[in-house]
Design a protein around this ligand. Structure first.
Ligand code: ATP
Ligand code: MG
Length: 252
């Protein structure tokens, strides 16, 4: 069975079918990219997966657990984390304190009961490990709000990693980044597949084609097709959807 399954998900906004019976799977260790034109329903889908929006029909299953009707924090506890297009960092706190707060939020009660004295030390150690994991170890003492845009997005990824997700949802992680920052984010996401599966929504086709093991194309709320990057690049229907907006041919 796949690590993650969305089955027949439906979301209506009045007369608009924003998610039209969407089904997709993500396997362990897979980076699955979700692409599609503006307004295709990508964010609406991610909002339902993370628990921000309630679907009208369908099921969401992670590692055998039905998440469809669980509140967000329960989904996070069961292994589903997301990054936000609008970041959730505390700008007036240091990078270290942002990470410590995130680690603390996700350390279970057993951890606190078993190691009352060691716990503060453990939190700081874990925060530093996370900083190192994403390459922010030299910025730990700076204010999070003073970091460049790309580093703030990187910190947002680290905050999501604090929950030790089985599946990480990334909604346009490269948005607003320059070429160097984008490249660094691609390299970071590439390392994540060692530890988790990733559902990646991104308009940057270079990034998508460099990272994705599989790509699903969403159009008007429906999955047009799912396949390997090569299959998607050569799919005539997909090319027609992107004609005049973004070209898939330039993406290697
Ligand atoms: N809360 C809402 N109420 C009503 N309509 C909405 C709401 N959220 C989204 N929509 C509509 O649902 C459709 C899908 O929007 P969504 O934001 O999911 O698309 P998207 O694929 O993420 O687009 P983009 O690439 O621009 O981020 C759009 O037509 C949008 O206008
Ligand atoms: Mg969106």
């Amino acid at each position: 069975m796949s690590l993650f399954q969305v089955q027949g998900l439906v979301k209506r906004f009045g007369g608009l079918l924003a998610t039209d019976h969407v089904s997709l799977t993500v396997e362990s260790g897979e980076i699955h990219a979700l692409i599609g034109p503006n307004g295709a329903g990508k964010t609406t889908l991610v909002n339902q997966i993370s628990g921000l929006l309630a679907p009208d029909a369908g099921r969401i299953v992670l590692d055998g657990q039905d998440l469809t009707h669980l509140p967000m924090h329960r989904r996070v506890a069961l292994g589903l984390s997301r990054c936000f297009q609008v970041t959730r960092i505390f700008p007036n706190q240091s990078v270290r304190d942002n990470l410590v707060l995130a680690v603390q939020a996700h350390s279970g009660s057993s951890f606190r009961f078993l190691q009352p004295r060691a716990s503060a030390h453990g939190l700081y150690e874990r925060a530093e490990q996370l900083a190192e994991r994403v390459g922010l170890q030299h910025q730990l003492d700076g204010l999070a709000g003073a970091l460049p845009h790309g580093a703030q997005r990187t910190l947002d990824v680290a905050l999501a990693l604090a929950a030790k997700p089985k599946l990480l949802l990334l909604d346009e992680p490269m948005a607003g980044m320059g070429p160097d920052e984008s490249l660094q984010m691609v390299e970071l996401i590439d390392t994540l597949r060692r530890d988790m599966a990733v559902l990646l929504i991104e308009h940057d086709m270079d990034a998508v084609f460099r990272l994705a093991d599989r790509i699903s194309v969403l159009v008007y709320g429906r999955v047009l097709t799912s396949g390997t990057p090569d299959a998607i690049r050569n799919n005539a229907e997909v090319q027609a959807v992107y004609l005049g907006t973004e070209t898939l041919e330039t993406a290697e």
